[in-house]
Design a protein around this ligand. Structure first.
Ligand SMILES: [Zn+2]
Length: 428
């Protein structure tokens, strides 16, 4: 049976994905499936940048604000299940499913199967002992040591300070008895036959410099538009919930953590600093999102068999004055040809050489496909508080050895050694 057609709109926060998706839905008779993790939670439309109802122009939106519990974790398997059910429904109505969102591991798992850590449908089947539970809730070092003991391969994959990932990997082992490293191997083997849809992926992209200004302006607009009362309301829930870890549920939304100092103190000067922190975190998030697209999503797409590979096009949204021509009209034109069954060529997918370079997957970048590179490298020269500085993988280690930080540390050490030698000579 032929695969169902699906259009996905991806890209960083604040680049205009929602606006484009509504235009696409109108042109193609489509419906929208949200793939932004924070927007799956009910409420806080400003904090999570939900596209305002008035601007949705009557286009149906699915998986938007449908999780009532802000502390609930909306997992990848849950998203996959619900999103694929939506695709079936939408196709059943004879309409085009348009998946839109910046949580790119959701999009990736829907299109290309579960290639993400912890994404497998791991069913907890074991009781965790009290001692193990204490380790899971304990500090990062204890987590790492326990993981190193039960699954040394995966312990080498993550940075020893990456609390969240270490905890998740250990939790998988303790609750299922299966090592996370074995799951990775099984997932890699399965990914070849996990392409679910015939997909057109539209990557709305902007040069980072131009985007940064827009992101700052958007945070200011959010601030004027009622962000304060939203985070205050969320803070009340946070306090009522006993101030849970911030790496879970809606607490991860950019702006909440950054506003905590103000929410605690109520001081106006603190508030301005919080807004600045929120701007910095937003810019950082945009960079992380671009990295994911290039190093994970495009790599996974390229690994799929040629006839099943998602067709990925880059739409240049750097110059907003050219939006209609370079983004909206191009997207609609490409999608129409795609839906007519055409296979788009490189010149269709990339408008110029720079776009083609961005679309070329960084082949060796996905660590999860390179278990041979799961390895810690510790630098004694760059130790912090007596703890060695750790890089994961040969590539990062190579970069570290040529970094300014490392060269300065080596120079400092040489200086200290020379000074010690000089002191020793003086003492003779
Ligand atoms: Zn170093």
């Amino acid at each position: 049976m032929a695969l169902k057609n699906l259009v996905a709109v991806i890209g960083t926060t604040g680049v205009g994905k929602s606006k484009l998706s509504v235009a696409l839905a109108k042109a193609l008779d489509g419906e929208i499936i949200n793939a932004d993790a924070m927007q799956t939670y009910a409420g806080v439309p400003i904090l999570t940048n939900k596209h305002p109802e008035a601007e949705r122009e009557g286009v149906p939106h699915h998986l938007l604000g449908h999780i009532p519990d802000v502390t609930a974790e909306y997992t990848v398997p849950q998203f996959e299940r619900e999103a694929s059910a939506c695709v079936d429904e939408i196709c059943g109505r004879g309409k085009v499913p348009i998946v839109v969102g910046g949580t790119h591991y959701y999009v990736q798992s829907l299109l290309l199967g579960s290639t993400v850590a912890g994404a497998a449908a791991v069913v907890p089947s074991r009781e965790v002992s009290a001692a193990d539970a204490a380790v899971l809730d304990g500090d990062t070092r204890a987590l790492w040591e326990r993981l190193q003991a039960v699954d040394p391969a995966i312990a080498q994959k993550f940075h020893p300070r990456d609390h969240r990932k270490l905890r998740r990997a250990l939790e998988i082992y303790l609750t299922t008895g299966t090592r996370a490293s074995d799951l990775y191997a099984a997932q890699a083997a399965a990914s070849a036959d996990s392409v679910r849809y015939r997909a057109l992926v539209l990557w709305v992209w902007s040069e980072q410099g131009a985007l940064d200004g827009r992101l700052d302006a958007r945070v200011d607009a959010m601030d004027r538009g009622g962000l304060g009362p939203e985070v205050a309301g969320l803070h009340a829930e946070y306090v009522a919930a006993g101030e849970p870890p911030l790496d879970r549920g809606l607490w991860q939304a950019i702006g909440f953590k950054e506003f905590l100092p103000f929410l605690a103190s109520g001081d106006a000067q603190t508030r301005a600093a919080c807004v600045d922190d929120m701007k910095r975190a937003t810019r950082r998030y945009a960079r992380t999102q671009t990295k994911w697209i290039r190093k994970k999503l495009l790599v996974a797409a390229a690994a799929a068999p040629a006839d099943l590979r998602p067709q990925t096009a880059l739409l240049d949204a750097t110059d907003l004055a050219a939006w209609d021509e370079r983004v909206a009209a191009r997207a609609v034109g490409l999608a129409r040809r795609f839906l007519a069954g055409e296979t788009l060529g490189p010149a269709d997918l990339a408008p110029d050489a720079a776009a083609a370079a961005l679309l070329a997957p960084a082949r060796d970048a996905d660590l999860s496909r390179r278990p041979d590179d799961w390895q810690h490298f510790a630098c004694a020269q760059c130790a912090v508080d007596g703890e060695p500085f750790v890089c994961v993988g040969a590539e990062l280690w190579k970069q570290h050895l040529t970094s300014r930080r490392h060269r300065l540390a080596v120079k400092r050490e040489r200086g200290r050694a020379q000074h010690a030698a000089w002191l020793a000579r003086q003492a003779e």
